[in-house]
Ligand binder design. Structure first.
Ligand code: BGC
Length: 909
């Protein structure tokens, strides 16, 4: 094993390593004027071109939570975390190597790194908000931000709690206009716990009070542990270990274990537990001008160790109750408990005498119910739930759930520590956002930012398309329930279409409680104080993503019952909408779809035009052609005539409409230039380009070019500049041949190599202002055989939230779409297991440094288990089945490991 050793002094890092059997030493002098990261970067520079398996820290400080913390330049850092991120290798301490040997120490650390998300130190403002998002635990019913339990909302901490589907609408007068916003409501903060010594001021998390903080999310068990070393101004020193866990079985509950150890004193200690109903929605700075008070408290009560705070949302009138049980194994809670109430908060205090170096354990169990998912008295439910609640049982339920989950949905990657860890982080957050235990009982879908923060007000977008196929592969019933969220809002989508003069169902761009449009129609320009049109709702392609999700779900599960009862009806209503939107143009002899926007949000309309939106967005038109073709195939080949008739009668679909659909599906207009570039929309080629290099020189990060241009008094509509993948999105949704057929079916002929040219063309014009951009281009690049480019884009996409690459947006919630899409890409594209055809096809393109990838997936009721290396495909299935490798059919008998060799494609790296 090749290792590098690091000895840390106060002003230098001394590296010892071997190259060509020669032992070498390098001294990296620490520059106090530079940031820690910049100093560490010099290590990478020095070692460039030499590969290592691990690093050993010779002289770390002694800590219980990490063996790689060092003191450098009067600061403490976890150099292990930093180097692992930088060099993608495990970092161990000399002590551990001495006690268990190098091999074991490295193997253990490698395993630890792959299953933990750790942060060392105290961070402030958006950085800490971002870490709270990343440390959020939950179960699809609720999300609980990973804040310190001692924190209340301020500019550094935001202890938000959200329940799926728990929305409220408030009206705010802004510049003489009533603006209505629907928000996913931040519930009363019940995770609050803190302590005080000798009846003095309760502890708060401040720079002065805290000596050290280590936070560790154990992905394997779902437990979030915070260890704090505290020194109060009074000189009292304490260690506090807080463990939080979302109950994955009794999904109304979470539990906290709070362990305090006085290190240098004995005396009187108070431990405070609060349910704080004074919360507002305050996570997103730019929403501050709106009324963000969403709840009224109606009742507060206590009974022994229990406390209850009940209320309702202000306008949506959803009742809720938050109940807690606050106990301690260290004292008789009943004798030592005092209660104080304010108008909107209940605090329980346990006072006890403590002895130096003894650990005192407290427990807080929390139960939350709302009138949305629960019938009858919420109080009765909460009381009953808390009676049986205990930290141990919640912990066990969490452990069991995650164990089952990892055996079903884990993706194992050998040879790349960072990819492995972040793949698991992304998987974890997928199931914090929706789980197989809670969601079947809920009328909710997944928001673009999970249950992790308040950006986009918790709304549901087309982003579902980037995640639902993943849920389908692992928990089909969960995916079905997410689709039911859309079915339950079909009426609203029909109303929306009618309100704009269309037929059928038009799903809203932003969807919340009722399924009506939640995007704003105008927004206030803070500079000019004028109300400018906001056209983002014109992204009518969202209905096409609903259709795509229905079809892929049906295709991958064969859930005929769902299709017959719900899916087909939605598909027909959505088709009807597009029929009513497509207008025949006598001149071009083609159908035109006007007043839309593609996924690229920089283009909301034509410059110097009074018309809203754009005409003939290529992605939209290709997807409409796909939808019409798919409905026709379902009619002809798949769904029984009787069922089809029944549903068509229900929705009033007749032969004339089918005929029209057929005609439209072959005559939609695309704008293709002489080089075979597909125009993003009609008129696109007339727009000038921008010199990105100049902008980069001037502004550095140009991902939000729309904002830069607007600040310069320019209009992004007027340029060939895209926020994200748009024109080529269909090639993300389907395989190349299918899209090719669709374009041909529209009567267009494209030159050879057109995909390569189009990717190049649009990448040159895209700033990746959405996290959904790189991941799409990573897929497209791979389809196009450009593995290097695919890997570059994918690895950045994988880091999106971990490094908060948009500089502060993770603070307001994770980006669930890109998280799900990375998981899909890994299995669908890199492992090459394609489920979009009638039999599973396997065509791997493993990144060169991945030794193997292994995972399980369901396809039409059969669970497949794959392990793929650079030349072998190993597959087991629980039913007799077959797969296709390089066009060859391979039989896979049930329960028998089948191994196939394959040729690595030549163009791969
Ligand atoms: C992207 C959209 C996405 C939305 C919610 C926006 O920044 O442009 O494509 O649906 O975020 O994630």
């Amino acid at each position: 094993m090749k290792v590098i050793s690091l000895r840390i002094t106060d002003d230098a890092i001394i590296l010892t390593y071997t190259r060509n059997n020669q032992s070498l030493q390098a001294i990296i002098t620490y520059d106090p004027k530079q940031a820690i990261g910049e100093n560490l970067e010099k290590i990478r520079e020095r070692l460039v071109g030499i590969s290592f398996d691990a690093a050993v820290i010779e002289n770390p400080l002694e800590y219980e939570f990490s063996d790689t913390i060092v003191g450098i330049n009067h600061q403490r850092i976890d150099i292990g975390l930093a180097l692992t991120n930088m060099l993608n290798i495990p970092v161990v301490s000399q002590q551990t190597v001495k006690s268990v040997g190098l091999e074991k120490a490295v193997a253990r650390k490698q395993d630890y790194n792959q299953w933990h998300l750790d942060y060392y130190g105290q961070y402030t403002s958006k950085r800490n908000y971002g870490q709270e998002s990343m440390l959020t635990i939950g179960n699809g019913f609720f999300g609980l931000r990973g804040s310190y339990v001692e924190a209340t909302a301020d500019q550094d901490n935001y202890p938000g709690t959200y329940i799926a589907g728990f929305y409220n609408q408030n009206t705010t007068k802004i510049n003489d206009r009533d603006v209505v916003n629907e928000d996913l409501v931040n519930l009363p903060n019940a995770q609050f716990l803190t302590f005080g010594v000798d009846q003095q001021r309760p502890f708060t998390v401040t720079k002065e009070n805290v000596q050290d903080i280590y936070r560790s999310l154990d992905l394997h068990t779902g437990e979030l542990r915070t260890t704090m070393l505290i020194q109060l101004a009074t000189g009292h020193v304490l260690r506090i270990v807080t463990t939080k866990v979302a109950d994955m079985k009794n999904w109304h509950q979470y539990a906290i274990r709070y362990q305090l150890t006085p290190i240098n004193f004995s005396g009187s200690l108070q431990v405070y537990s609060k349910i704080d109903g004074s919360v507002t929605n305050d996570n997103v700075e730019r929403y501050q001008n709106f009324d963000q008070h969403h709840i009224d408290i109606s009742e507060m009560s206590t009974a022994g160790a229990e406390a209850y705070l009940a209320g309702h949302t202000k306008t949506s009138n959803i009742d809720f109750i938050v109940g807690t049980k606050f106990t301690s194994s260290s004292v008789d809670t009943n004798r030592h408990l005092a209660v104080t109430n304010t108008d909107d908060a209940i605090t329980q205090t346990i006072t006890l005498d403590v002895e130096q170096n003894k650990t005192y354990t407290f427990e807080k169990n929390v139960a939350m119910f709302t009138s949305q998912e629960t019938q009858g008295s919420l109080m009765d439910h909460a009381t009953k739930e808390l009676q049986n609640a205990g930290f141990d049982s919640s912990e066990q339920n969490s452990n069991q759930f995650w164990q089952g989950l990892w055996s079903n949905a884990d993706i194992q990657i050998e040879g790349d520590l960072t990819s492995q860890k972040l793949t698991r982080v992304n998987t974890f957050h997928m199931f914090v956002s929706a789980s197989s235990t809670a969601n079947p009982n809920l009328d909710a879908s997944v928001g673009a930012r999970g249950l992790h923060g308040e950006a986009y007000r918790g709304h549901v977008f087309w982003d579902e398309m980037f995640v639902i196929p993943y849920y389908t592969q692992h928990y089909p019933k969960l995916a079905r329930q997410l689709l039911m969220y859309r079915y339950n809002r079909l009426g609203a989508a029909k109303k929306y279409a009618a309100s704009e003069g269309y037929k059928g169902a038009m799903y809203p761009w932003q969807s919340g409680m009722y399924g009506d449009e939640q995007s704003q129609f105008v927004h206030l320009n803070p500079i000019t104080k004028s109300w400018d049109p906001d056209n983002s709702r014109l992204q009518r392609h969202v209905s096409l993503s609903v259709a795509y999700n229905i079809w892929t779900y049906y295709h991958m599960t064969n859930d005929v019952d769902f299709m017959n009862q719900y899916g087909l009806e939605m598909l027909l209503e959505i088709s009807r909408f597009w029929i009513s939107k497509a207008i025949y143009n006598e001149k071009t002899k083609r159908y035109t779809i006007k007043k839309v926007m593609g996924p690229d949000e920089f283009h909301e309309g034509y410059p110097n035009s009074d018309e809203e939106g754009l005409t003939n967005n290529a992605y939209t038109n290709i997807m409409v052609a796909w939808l019409f073709k798919t409905v026709e195939e379902l009619r002809k080949d798949t769904i029984s005539a009787a069922t089809f008739k029944e549903v068509t009668t229900k929705v009033g679909f007749d032969e004339k409409l089918f005929a029209k659909m057929d005609k439209i599906s072959h005559h939609l207009k695309l704008d293709i230039n002489e080089d075979g570039i597909i125009g993003q929309f009609e008129g696109y080629f007339k727009l000038p380009t921008l010199n990105f290099e100049n902008y980069r020189k001037k502004y550095g990060d140009i991902s939000r070019m729309d904002r830069i241009l607007k600040a310069e008094g320019r209009n992004p509509d007027a340029y060939q500049v895209a926020k994200q993948a748009d024109t080529l999105m269909a090639f993300y949704n389907f395989d190349f041949n299918s899209v090719n057929e669709l374009i041909k079916g529209l009567g267009y002929k494209l030159p050879k190599e057109y995909l390569t040219k189009n990717i190049e063309y649009y990448l040159d014009r895209t700033t990746h202002g959405s996290t959904l951009s790189r991941i799409v281009y990573a897929v497209l690049s791979l389809v196009d055989g450009n593995m290097d480019q695919s890997w570059k884009l994918f690895s950045q996409a994988l880091l999106s939230d971990y490094y908060d690459i948009q500089g502060g947006t993770t603070a307001e919630g994770i980006h669930l779409g890109v998280m799900g899409a990375t998981l899909l890409l890994e299995t669908r594209n890199y492992a090459g297991v394609d489920q979009l055809t009638d039999q599973v096809k396997v065509n791997p393109h493993l990144p060169s440094h991945w030794q193997s990838i292994a995972f399980k997936q369901f396809f039409r009721g059969t669970q497949y288990s794959f392990k793929i290396t650079h030349d072998l495909i190993n597959v087991t299935a629980d039913h007799d089945t077959k797969i296709y490798v390089a066009g060859k059919e391979i039989a896979v008998p049930a329960g028998k490991a089948t191994t196939v060799t394959y040729q690595k494609p030549v163009n791969d790296n």
